[in-house]
Design a protein around this ligand. Structure first.
Ligand code: GTP
Ligand code: SPV
Ligand code: MN
Length: 628
């Protein structure tokens, strides 16, 4: 046990006098680290060396690294995450609102001396493309007492001491996000018990984030989820200027005509954003189309001078799910973690003799020679208890972290501060039935309504929720920071200022056969076929088939060149079952009724959909729609 320091440590002279220095001094006085170190991205090599020497990282071949988090610290905790402000009317259904004073007092007490024996790293960062219209909202300083968190931040955000100088010279040097992350001792945090000490708080109206008790992913990399989603969406609505959403962003280019479209998409955590954003065209369409990557998890969107919706990815790296990533499902991701990329693999299986890494789905079978292999908990495969023989080698939420510059499909204009205009917004999740492969919903209100009623199976990206069916509005449920009715209103306001709004659509790659459970759609690279149909619909070159819940593709309109899909599966993928949808509408009524101040346009869209469904049931051709 380390004795608590009697004096707070020196703050390096490189931190100018002013709000940043005051912020560091305030928290160093409370957490009492042994020393304070300011980080620049150029410190990566020396930090990696220190982390390897300390056993926090292990070599994973040619400039790649392996890390293992504590077995009770492997995913975001939604239960322990709160938004705290001084205004009780900020309480929504999903944001776990608490009074700021209470939360601050609780955290200040837990953080007393909590970094004793450790180093406090000062990480100045920007969550934006430099120079863009929203860069002002993107500056932050994360204080962390964990070296691996620093190494992850260097890959995921733009980290530079230059931002400290920029702030010192700014007319509003206090306008930066204050982030404090303390990992704590994972053995005494009581994770999951009644005495759980962890608390992950965004003090939204103070632009302060304090996270105690985790070194993993969105719990610990404060720039990513807490700043660029929770706080940014709060700021976006407070200023009226922008939307911050858990959306991927990609470009599709038709090389025949030279035209490029941009598609943004909200899918709940671990439901396919990274895979879609990195997708390569299926081989049969590869000569004609190109897909370019902008972002895989977060998009900030604003109204451009030309009346179109513009978007940019505030992140500088990819924190991607490892499971099922292989050269067939996602060749671009395999390429982005190739030797020499500085990639950090977390909680996959690791061979301590060869430095190889493996996860479920990387290859069809586990490595044949088990010598040297350890599972994600660090147990030698050969020593595992026989009862664990079938347990996965990698944690289902194991991930790779790689910088954007390693993504070979990165769009040439991905770092253009002007952003890119959005043509299409899609929502989708893991839905085993009801949701067809694709349906267009017409108009802004119907689009926002569709996003608010996104229902899907929860995944292993959050603790203890895998497989539960739940609504996940716009895929933002874990990241919402203010009430849902106001959120819908803010969306409608932004969309209402556009002269050329995007087209909205719902997609589902995860429909299953009710008998044997197989996925009806091949997914992954073939998903481009669906995007192409949606873009053709926007361009007016296909008409689709109207249904009460939107326009679905006619089977003949999808480009299925080179795809072998049973006719029955395709029929089911494109069908609407009004009875099943009728049940869904009941559930939606309950879901929406929980939201205070829901805009009338949204209630109207709900009523219109319900009426259209009722009509289709009573009309003479009211049998389930079948588009084969
Ligand atoms: P977060 O980073 O948690 O926000 O996740 P994400 O939305 O980026 O999800 P990701 O693309 O990493 O996919 C999560 C899991 O879904 C992976 O195991 C993928 O292999 C799987 N997946 C992605 N796309 C498809 C698809 O089209 N079909 C099927 N069957 N699985 C998919
Ligand atoms: C998610 O869970 O949606 C993620 C991963 O993108 S994490 O950064 O851990 O939140
Ligand atoms: Mn995510």
């Amino acid at each position: 046990m380390t004795l608590q320091n009697t004096r707070a440590p020196q703050i390096p002279d490189s931190v100018p006098e002013g709000p940043v220095r005051d912020f560091i001094a305030h928290w160093a006085e409370i957490t009492r680290p042994d020393r304070v170190v300011v980080v620049d991205a150029s410190d990566d090599a020396s930090l990696l060396e220190e982390a390897l020497a300390a056993g926090e990282l292990h070599p994973a071949g040619d400039g790649r690294y392996y890390s293992r988090s504590h077995p009770r610290d492997t995913a975001r905790s939604e239960e322990r995450t709160v938004v705290a402000t001084s205004d009780p009317s900020d309480a929504g259904v999903y944001n776990n609102w608490r009074p700021a004073e209470e939360v601050k007092a609780e955290l200040t007490s837990r953080l007393q001396g909590a970094s004793a024996g450790r180093t406090m790293y000062v990480v100045p960062y920007l969550m934006a493309v430099p120079g863009g219209p929203l860069a002002r909202h993107a500056l932050g300083v994360e204080l962390t007492d964990d070296r691996t968190v620093v190494l992850q931040m260097i890959r995921m955000a733009r980290v530079s001491t230059r931002f400290l100088e920029e702030l010192a010279e700014s007319s509003d040097p206090g306008y930066f996000v204050r982030g404090v992350q303390v990992s704590g001792d994972p053995e005494s945090l009581g994770q999951g018990t009644d005495d759980d000490q962890r608390l992950f708080a965004t003090l939204a109206d103070e632009r302060t984030i304090i996270h105690y008790g985790s070194a993993y992913g969105g719990n610990a990399l404060l720039g990513k989820i807490a700043h660029a989603l929770r706080l940014a969406s709060y700021d976006g609505r407070r200023t009226g200027d922008f939307l911050a959403e858990q959306f991927m962003l990609l470009g599709v280019t038709d090389t025949l005509t030279g035209k490029t479209w941009h598609v943004a998409g909200g899918f709940p955590s671990a439901s396919g954003k990274t895979n879609l954003a990195m997708t390569l065209p299926p081989d049969a369409l590869g000569d004609r189309y190109r897909v370019t990557f902008y972002g895989d998890d977060i998009a900030w969107m604003w109204v451009g001078d030309d009346g179109r919706l513009y978007a940019m990815n505030p992140e500088n790296g990819v924190f991607g799910v490892a499971r099922d990533t292989n050269s067939r499902t996602n060749p671009a991701a395999m390429e982005a973690v190739r030797p020499g990329t500085g990639t950090i693999f977390t909680n996959v299986a690791y061979n301590e003799l060869t430095g190889d890494v493996w996860w479920e789905g990387k290859t069809p079978d586990t490595p044949e020679d088990t010598t040297g292999w350890r599972d994600w908990t660090g147990t030698l495969i050969d020593d595992r208890d026989p009862s664990d023989r079938d347990a996965p080698w990698a944690h289902p939420n194991s991930r790779f972290t790689t910088a954007l510059s390693n993504v070979t499909t990165l769009a040439p204009d991905a770092t253009d501060p002007a952003g890119v205009p959005v043509d299409l917004i899609i929502f989708g999740g893991r839905t085993r039935d009801r949701e067809p492969l694709a349906r267009v919903v017409e108009g802004n209100a119907a689009g926002v309504y569709d996003g608010l009623t996104l229902g899907a199976e929860a995944t292993f990206a959050a603790e203890g929720l895998d497989g539960q069916l739940r609504y996940d509005p716009m895929s933002m449920r874990p990241f919402l920071s203010y009430p849902e009715g106001d959120y819908a209103r803010h969306w409608l306001d932004i969309l209402g200022r556009l002269t050329e709004p995007p087209t909205f659509a719902h997609v589902n790659w995860f429909q299953r056969d009710p008998d044997d459970g197989h996925y009806l759609w091949s997914g992954f690279r073939d998903n481009l076929r669906v995007l192409l149909w949606l873009l053709a619909y926007r361009e007016g070159t296909v008409t689709g088939i109207p249904t009460p819940v939107g326009v679905v593709p006619a089977a003949g309109e999808l480009d299925l060149t080179g795809l072998d899909i049973p006719a029955d599966d395709l029929t089911r993928l494109l069908s609407i079952d009004p009875v099943r949808w009728g049940q869904e509408m009941q559930a939606r009524s309950v879901h929406l009724s929980a939201f205070a101040d829901l805009p009338e346009e949204i209630s109207g869209a709900h009523r219109d959909t319900a009426a259209a469904l009722a009509d289709s049931m009573t009309s003479p051709d009211g049998a389930p729609h079948d588009n084969s």
